[in-house]
Structure formats: structure tokens, C-alpha cells
Design a protein around this ligand. Structure first.
Ligand code: MN
Length: 313
């Protein structure tokens, strides 16, 4: 087991305690002022200001607070390719509820989030349906696979339209907060559909550190916390995330199809120069409110499109 010890001053210790409060556990040991249990790390803080991190994620968690004042660190595990929490042995064969999102980097089109449960006895089937790491699949293939996945797997897919996105973004919600709320909601929906069954783990394709994620959703009436793990590149770690990623992607493509129909042109993805040009054309043809209703209006592309359009007028 990996373990790290830090010596923190009072202010840092208080910060640490409030950070881990959602995961607090009661430990009646001498000198212990606070204890918390994450899925892969136990955190114990002592009166002296010493904080002990134990478990697979010890180095990672200590790294949040330590920097140079790590006073001891033992049995460092080799860093996995994906950034995030240490997953249990044989993770890819367990029953997992996974979630992923799409569209956050695209000027045109919605943000979509999907959550998808794959039980251990469905893993082989899901692979046979063609689910691989979604980074290896193109849009056409994903459109082919998604209906089978949706028919086979307990899932939830949420499409946040541009109108709604722009409305909450204007209220000051960050993309991180928007994503966290959608992930929490999609996971909640799937857990509800699963009735009394429970996944071995929930894996979120990581877009924010655990503490930041939970801070975003702290005011939600229902917060999914139990057995939740975070990792980047999670679509390569379990087919449940890969399937969620495909379902989210296809929901994004379908909304893009709908918006393309309204615009009368195929809307380009991403946020590059082609996007600026297409946006300028729509601005000239359909006006600003039409363009706004199909884009993430706070992106720099909006101003660029206006400049291009002004020159063409
Ligand atoms: Mn992702």
C-alpha cells in the first residue's frame, strides 16, 4: 500500500478538512482531528498538523496539498497512462456505470452527456456490438452502433440545447459546473432505472478534480457519490464509458443535424476558422439571434464571425 505524510500549517489543514468533508468518516483514535475515506485513499489528520494518506491514491491526494513539504512517501506505484484515480484490479471486467460528455469544445451544437451501465456479463456483448475506445471510431460507425447500445443497455442521455446553455452560461455558470450537473443527473437517472441493482463502481471520464466536481454540484438535492471514481481517458478503461461516449456523441450529431436543417448548411464542428466563416454566413443570412440559438455564444468565434460579416456587408 502506498502512503504519504505531510506536515501542514493550521490554515492549510483547515482547507484540507473542508475539502474532504464530503467524505468524512469517524475515527476515534488518539490525536486524530479529522478522517476521510475516498474510494482509493484514506486521509487522517492529526492535532500536530501531520496528515497521513494511505492507499492507491495516496501520492495523488498528498500532491494536492504537499508540493515540497512531503515529509515521507513510500511505495510509489508507477503512474498509469490515464490521469486520475487508481482503479481496482481487473476493473475492465467489473459491472460499471460510466459517463462521458461531448460538444464542450464545439461552437455550434449542444453539450450532451450520457451515462451507461454495463454489467460484467454484458461486457463481451458490448464489445461484439463494436464498442472500442471511441477515439478509434468515426462518427459514421458511432451512428451505426449507438441504436444497438441504447436498445441493450440501461442508459441516460441528456442534450443541453444551445438556448438553455447560453441562458445558464450568462448567469455565470462555468462549463465545469454545467458538465458536473449533467453528469450527476445522467448518473442519477441510470441508478434509478437500475432499481435495486448497484454497479460495482461508477467511473466518470474526468474533466475536473474530484473536489472541484463535488463543489460544483454541492447544492443539488441528490448527489451521486458512492463508489465514484474519476479518470481521464476513461473510455479506454471500461466499455461502459466507451458506450456512454458513443451515445453522447451520437446525440450531439443528431442535434447538429437538426440545427444544420434550420441553418440550411452543414454546420462544422470544432471552433476553428471554418467555424468562423460558416457562422459569418449564417449571421448575414439568418441574423444574430438565429446564430446565437445554435452556438455557444460566449466563445470567441461569435466576435470573429461578427467581424467577418461586417467586412462582407
Ligand atoms: Mn470525456
Amino acid at each position: 500500500m502506498s502512503q504519504s505524510v505531510l506536515q501542514l500549517d493550521k490554515a492549510k489543514l483547515e482547507k484540507l478538512i473542508s475539502y474532504y468533508t464530503p467524505f468524512q468518516v469517524i475515527r476515534n483514535a488518539p490525536g486524530v482531528v479529522f478522517a476521510a475515506k475516498l474510494p482509493d485513499t484514506a486521509v487522517t489528520a492529526y492535532k500536530s498538523g501531520k496528515v497521513l494518506f494511505q492507499g492507491g491514491g495516496a501520492t495523488r491526494e498528498a500532491g494536492i496539498w504537499g508540493g515540497s513539504d512531503v515529509i515521507s512517501s513510500a511505495n510509489k506505484t508507477t503512474a498509469p497512462k490515464a490521469k486520475g484515480e487508481t482503479l481496482p484490479e481487473g476493473f475492465s471486467e467489473l459491472s460499471v456505470l460510466g459517463s462521458d460528455e461531448t460538444g464542450t469544445g464545439d461552437f455550434f451544437g449542444p453539450v450532451t452527456v450520457a451515462a451507461c451501465f454495463v454489467s460484467s456479463d454484458q461486457i463481451e456483448l458490448v464489445r461484439e456490438l463494436g464498442v472500442k475506445d471511441s477515439k478509434q471510431l468515426n462518427d459514421g460507425l458511432m451512428r451505426d452502433i449507438a441504436p444497438d447500445l441504447q436498445a441493450t443497455l440501461i442508459h441516460s442521455v441528456l442534450t443541453l440545447t444551445n438556448e438553455k446553455y447560453n441562458e445558464i452560461q450568462a448567469k455565470g455558470w462555468s462549463q465545469g459546473k454545467i458538465k458536473a450537473l449533467l453528469h450527476n443527473q445522467a448518473l442519477k437517472h441510470v441508478l434509478r432505472k437500475m432499481n435495486d441493482r448497484k454497479p460495482d463502481y461508477i467511473l466518470i471520464d474526468q474533466f475536473a478534480e474530484r473536489g472541484i466536481y463535488y463543489n460544483h454540484i454541492k447544492s443539488e438535492p441528490e448527489i451521486v457519490r458512492e463508489n465514484v471514481l474519476f479518470s481521464t481517458k476513461a473510455e479506454g478503461l471500461h466499455v461502459a464509458v466507451a458506450a456512454a461516449s458513443i451515445i453522447a456523441r451520437v446525440a450531439f450529431l443528431e442535434e447538429m443535424d437538426r440545427l444544420s436543417g434550420i441553418a440550411g448548411v452543414t454546420l462544422p464542428k470544432g471552433a476553428g476558422k471554418i467555424v468562423d466563416e460558416a457562422a459569418a454566413k449564417i449571421l448575414l443570412k439568418n441574423g444574430e439571434s438565429a446564430l446565437k440559438s445554435m452556438t455557444k455564444w460566449h466563445f470567441a468565434n461569435a466576435e470573429k464571425a461578427k467581424r467577418i460579416a461586417a467586412k462582407k456587408r
